[in-house]
Design a protein around this ligand. Sequence first.
Ligand code: ADP
Ligand code: ASP
Ligand code: MG
Length: 320
Amino acid sequence: MGLIVQKYGGTSVSDLERIQNVAKRVAKTFDQGNDVVVILSAMAGVTDSLIDMAQEIAESPDKRELDVLLATGEQTTAALLAMTLKQMNYPALSMLGHQAKVVTDCAFGDARIIEIGAEYIMKLIEKRNIVVVAGFQGSDVSGNITTLGRGGSDTSAVAIASAIKADICEIYTDVDGIYTADPNICDKAKKIDRISYDEMLNMASLGAKVLQIRSVGFAKKYNVPVHVRSSFSEEEGTMVVSEDAGMESLVVSAVTHDKDQARITLRKVQDRPGIAANIFAPISEAGIVVDMIIQNTRAEGQTDLTFTVPKAQFSTAMEI
Ligand code: ADP
Ligand code: ASP
Ligand code: MG
C-alpha cells in the first residue's frame, strides 16, 4: 500500500476507449489499497491543433490567451477520466492546475513551478478519493492560467509527486521504457532497466523527449523515484533514480536526436587563425546558438567548416 502518482501521456488518452483502459489501471491500483493521484495530458494531437487554430488568428497569438486555450486540452481529458471512474463507481474527482494549487511564475507558455500547495489534494486523498489533475498547467500569483512548456505534464506529475511525498511517480507512455535510442526510430535500441537522474537529464537535454527535462530536474532535486512504462502492457519499464553502486557504468549510455537543427557548411574557408571568430562572432551577436562545429581540412590551406543552428534561425544565420 502506498501513495502513487500516475501520469498518462497523450497517446494513452487519445480516445474514449483508451481513457477506459486508463480508468481500469487506476482502479486496479486503487483496489490494491493504494492512494492514487492521476495527472493527465491532452489527447494526442490536441495541443498542436489548438496552437494551429490560434495561429489562424495571429502568427504570434497573445501569450496569456494562448495558455488559456492550451490548458483546455488537459481539462477535457481530466474531466473524461473522472467521469469514467465515477461511472465505474469509484470516488474520483478532477481538478485543474490552479485548483491543485500549482503556482508558477508568469512566463506564459514556458512557466516554471514555484510551489505546490499539497493540502487540498492530501485532504481528498485522506478521504480515499482518486484525484485526477489536469497536467501541463498552473497559475501565477495573480491567478492567470499558465502552461509549462511542451511535454510539461511530466513536470506536473513529478512536482505533484514531490509535493504530496508520493512513494513513486509512474509515467505511462506509448513505449515500454527508456531505450538507448528512440525505439520508434532505431529498432536495435535496447531497453534500460535503471538510469540515473544525471544520465536522464543529459538525454533529455539532448532531445530524448520521453521525459520533459524539467521533470527530471525536479525528480533529482527532490529524490522522486520515477518509473517510465507503457500504458498498453503490464511489463516493468525503466526506473529513473539516484546513481547507485550497482548501476552499470557504460561508456556510451544512449544516443539521442533533435529534429529541429539545421546544418550549414562553408566550403573552402581559408585555414588561418581568427577566421572562425570572424564567422561566429556576428552569428553569436544575433543571439543564435551554434551547437556543433566540425572542421574538415582540405588541401591548399583551406578548410570546410560545418555547424548547426536551430532550424527556426536558419535563414537569419544564412543571411549573416
Ligand atoms: P507522452 O505523450 O506519453 O508524453 P511523448 O511522445 O512525449 O509521450 O514521449 C514518448 C516518446 O519519446 C516515444 O514515443 C519515443 O518516440 C520518444 N523517445 C525519444 N527518445 C527516447 C528514448 N531514448 N527512449 C524511449 N523513448 C524515446
Ligand atoms: N499537452 C501538452 C503537449 O502536448 C503537454 C504534455 O503532453 O505533456 O505538449
Ligand atoms: Mg511527453
